[in-house]
Design a protein around this ligand. Structure first.
Ligand SMILES: O=C(O)CCC(=O)C(=O)O
Ligand SMILES: [Fe+2]
Length: 196
């Protein structure tokens, strides 16, 4: 029987004004996104992940980095982690999930280039009214630790931040977005804190 590792889901993470500016950036720059890639070969694999992503956060990259790093003491406390030597660069990615998008169970820690991800923080954005269903972030208990925990599903509510350690198994449940309009997609800003 498995045990769930600590995770956080913080509602109203940023000022509403700022969250609306970020949403406007995500919605109004459709041309910066490309099909998400997976695996060490960095290929499209529609059995594993369907979404569109961009590393171009423009002026918002610094803003998000500052906000997440300012929250780091609470993250450490919430996840029950000791301090570690953070790397200065901060990895950040904008993601858009439309109708039929998903990301099968995986961990964010990988061998090689991204092997030093320690903390995953996902900041969610969507329009009002919300015009998609599904897209929950499902976090799995760790099989090798004894316990009776069940998976949890966090709703990707606008202006909320989900945080977990990068080695924890998680998945993006399938999204349905009947309108097919880009503005109705499930948007997220994925952040990874690296160790040095
Ligand atoms: O969008 C989410 O809820 C999580 C995204 C994710 O797991 C990833 O990009 O590695
Ligand atoms: Fe992930």
């Amino acid at each position: 029987m498995p045990r769930l590792f600590p995770y956080m889901h913080v509602e109203n993470f940023l000022d509403e004004d700022l969250s609306q500016q970020l949403l406007a950036y995500a919605v109004n720059n459709k041309d910066i996104y490309t099909h998400s890639l997976v695996g060490k070969e960095n290929k499209i694999n529609e059995k594993v992940r369907i979404s569109h992503v961009s590393r171009e956060l423009g002026p918002w990259e610094k803003v998000i980095q500052e906000k997440v790093e300012a929250f780091y003491p609470q993250i450490r406390q919430g996840l029950g982690m000791a301090d570690f030597n953070k790397r200065k660069n901060f990895e950040i990615e904008l993601a858009a999930h439309g109708d039929g998008a998903f990301f099968k169970p995986h961990i964010d820690m990988r061998l090689g280039e991204t092997g030093d991800r320690v903390i995953s923080a996902v900041y969610y954005l969507h329009g009002t009214p919300k015009n998609f269903a599904g897209g929950g972030l499902k976090i799995y208990p760790m099989e090798i630790f004894p316990g009776d925990d069940q998976p949890v599903v966090l709703e990707p509510t606008h202006n909320s931040l989900a945080v977990f350690q990068s080695y924890v198994h998680h998945e993006v449940l399938p999204v349905s977005c009947p309108s097919g309009e880009f503005q109705d997609y499930r948007f997220a800003i994925n952040c990874w804190i690296h160790k040095a």
